[in-house]
Design a protein around this ligand. Structure first.
Ligand code: GLN
Length: 452
């Protein structure tokens, strides 16, 4: 009950949770005690955690941050949720998020913004802002999130915790409410890389119910962390610094924290080399064609018939659809559905969607070329520290630009991690992003672990 009591005491100021499942948690904790007593403990038996409210949880509300699903109780668990139950973890509840995971600040939540525990007048980042805030405020030791364009790494950076998005296909998307299916990937938040490694180990794994789930042998992502401590534990590690990630646009306080972190990496034995991702600046435009296109298709299932909100009054079926969607979706979600249907429509498809797919391929090729000359790529996670609530709400393009360093990684399907690397102005946390080749999660986690 230590964590449940902290939630009760502190969450009113943070709004990190949409649902706190006290009864379910206590029941699961008793079951965990019984398993321990019987000598049948799983890897996470008795460890409290929280799930981003995008993961379906049987018998517990799953809102996806939307009015559309404000009363939705899923009849089944997401694959991630059932794996973590089986590992013995105890879910304390569901965390706040931008509606349908669309946003970078958590301000698009129907349930009001989550707050940054370092300064509650500031945003925690998004879209998994509630999970990040909950871990940062120690309301839970670990939490799940999803990352379509940065939604694990960016809030981790802005709240001073560690977050990892694995290679696309490592974590099953079954029961994870879809935003942009070719980019969506479950990820892990923790206070340290070691915690993230344990959580990721438990939530990863092949699932035939997700057609893009990868059939690979199970991995222990903590395996490299156990190695003997050495004076220069990262000797031989080549860290590539993409010049495009160190140009104008990065705030001075972020730059100095990142430079200091790189010095620390050199002291640990790593060497740094300059690399280039020449098409990196095309990632945001490509993403804001592809992600809305996929969203417009995925969100067509919310029609007032099968799930969630239905308008109370309508004249015919068409009006029921349109009123239910008009009432159920927030402004950002509507904007993306409109953009998505536009770029997919006849006559515009070739000009937008097809071009964006070509850019996506070029961006993925850039990473392969850069990774040919280094083991991991490092840079800032976010160009600034956490901004004030309301500061960017009226300017979607400014909001989109805050993901400038994270989005390319999703387009390429690569694993990415953000770990705290110091503080900027006003004692606000700064994150360092590490990106590696496909399936290099254990290496990224080890580097972050040695740094910590
Ligand atoms: N901020 C990005 C968006 O709004 C990414 C969100 C995410 O990763 N879910 O789409």
């Amino acid at each position: 009950t230590l964590f449940l009591d902290r939630i009760e005491r502190l969450d009113a100021a943070l709004n990190a949770f949409i649902t706190v499942d006290r009864d379910g948690a206590l029941e699961a904790a008793r079951a965990a005690d019984a398993r321990l007593a019987a000598g049948d403990a799983g890897p996470l038996t008795g460890i409290p955690l929280a799930h981003k409210d995008v993961f379906c949880t049987e018998g517990v509300l799953t809102t996806c941050g939307s009015k559309m699903l404000a009363n939705f109780v899923s009849p089944y668990d997401a694959h991630v949720v059932s794996l973590l139950k089986a590992a013995g973890a105890v879910s304390l509840g569901k965390t706040n998020m931008d509606e349908f995971a669309m946003g970078s600040s958590n301000e698009n939540s129907h349930f009001g913004p989550a707050k940054n525990p370092w300064d509650t007048t500031r945003i925690p980042g998004g879209s998994s802002g509630g999970s990040a805030a909950a871990v940062a405020a120690r309301l839970v030791p670990i939490a799940t999130g999803t990352d379509t364009g940065g939604s694990v790494r960016q809030p981790a950076a802005l709240t001073g915790v560690t977050g990892i998005k694995p290679t696309y296909g490592v974590v099953s998307r079954y029961g994870m409410i879809a935003y942009a299916s070719s980019l969506d990937q479950g990820g892990a938040f923790g206070a340290s890389a070691a915690d993230c490694a344990q959580l990721l180990t438990a939530m990863a794994g092949f699932d035939p119910r997700d057609s893009t789930s990868l059939e690979r042998p199970a991995e222990d992502y903590s395996r490299e962390l156990a190695a003997q401590a050495a004076a220069r534990p990262l000797a031989g590690l080549r860290i590539g610094l993409p010049k495009e990630f160190f140009g104008a646009g990065m705030a001075d306080d972020v730059r100095s924290a990142v430079e200091a972190a790189l010095d620390e990496y050199r002291a640990l034995g790593a060497t740094t080399v300059d690399v280039s991702l020449p098409n990196a600046q095309l990632a945001i435009p490509a993403y804001y064609v592809i992600a809305p296109a996929e969203a417009s298709s995925n969100l067509s299932r919310f029609d007032g018939v099968r799930y969630g909100h239905r308008a109370p009054e309508y004249r015919d079926l068409a009006e029921m659809y349109s009123k239910s969607r008009a009432e159920g979706f927030g402004a950002e979600v509507k904007r993306r559905i409109l953009v998505g249907t536009y770029v997919l429509s006849h006559g515009y498809y070739d000009a937008y969607y097809l071009q964006a797919q070509k850019l996506r391929r070029l961006i993925a090729q850039d990473f392969q070329a850069a990774l040919a000359g280094c083991d991991i790529i490092a840079g800032p996670t976010s160009p600034t520290t956490a901004w004030a609530i309301g500061e960017k709400s009226d300017d979607p393009v400014q909001m989109y630009l805050s993901d400038i360093y994270t989005i390319a990684v999703n387009l390429a399907g690569l694993p990415g991690l953000s770990h705290p690397c110091g503080f900027g102005a006003g004692e606000l946390p700064v994150g360092l992003q590490l990106v590696g080749d496909y399936f290099s999660e254990a290496r990224l986690l080890n580097a972050a672990h040695r740094f910590q």
